[in-house]
Design a protein around this ligand. Structure first.
Ligand code: K1U
Ligand code: ZN
Length: 174
């Protein structure tokens, strides 16, 4: 069982802007552990605190195949960006939907790690995409916001139908 529930589009709580984190303490480290567990279980390669209804500037990521390159970023800030790449993106908050999104190819991002120490990460390819996607979540932005209003409306309808069917199935088997 995943530790935390992931909010799904069009839940309005996904639109909340995350507040900066002032103190990195054991409670935050417990949340970080729970977020990794939830992300690996999903499975996913990234997770922003916003997606688990915690509106603080925290994201976790691990784009490695063996789940052995975990990254924690608290109060992340992009200080350099270079180039462009277009990548097919998914989102645990927008299940079953993928779309090609264009973002910076390489970024340099600063923040704090789980011990409250300052870190700088140079990221390219999928890690750069993932960090930018997760940082969007912290601003209340979703990858479907890059789509046309018509496509976004189709995504909304598809997910509302999916949620309705899930509720009906749960009622029948209760
Ligand atoms: O933020 C999220 O919802 C997580 C999302 C991150 C992401 C994926 C792809 C491009 C940009 C950002 C996901 O992890 S979706 C699932 C996924 O991509 C994946 C799952 C298992 C193995 C490999 C990829
Ligand atoms: Zn996402």
């Amino acid at each position: 069982m995943p530790k935390l529930q992931i909010l799904e589009f069009p839940d309005e709580r996904l639109r909340t802007k995350a507040a900066p984190i002032e103190v990195v303490d054991d409670a935050l480290r417990t949340l970080i552990g729970d977020m990794f567990e939830t992300m690996y279980d999903a499975p996913g390669i990234g997770l922003a605190a916003t997606q688990v209804d915690v509106h603080r500037q925290l994201l976790v990521a691990d784009v490695s195949e063996d789940h052995d390159e975990p990254i924690v970023l608290i109060n992340p800030q992009i200080i350099e960006r270079e180039g462009v790449q277009t990548c097919s993106e998914g989102c645990l908050s927008v299940p079953t939907i993928t779309a090609d999104i264009t973002r910076a190819e390489r970024i340099v991002v600063t923040g704090l790690n789980r011990n409250g120490e300052s870190i700088t990460i140079e990221a390219d390819d999928l890690l750069a995409v993932c960090i930018q996607h997760e940082m969007d979540h912290l601003q209340g932005k979703l990858f479907v916001d890059y789509l046309s209003p018509l496509k976004r409306q189709m995504v909304r309808k598809k997910l509302e139908k999916r949620a309705r069917l899930e509720r009906e199935t749960a009622e029948v088997s209760a």
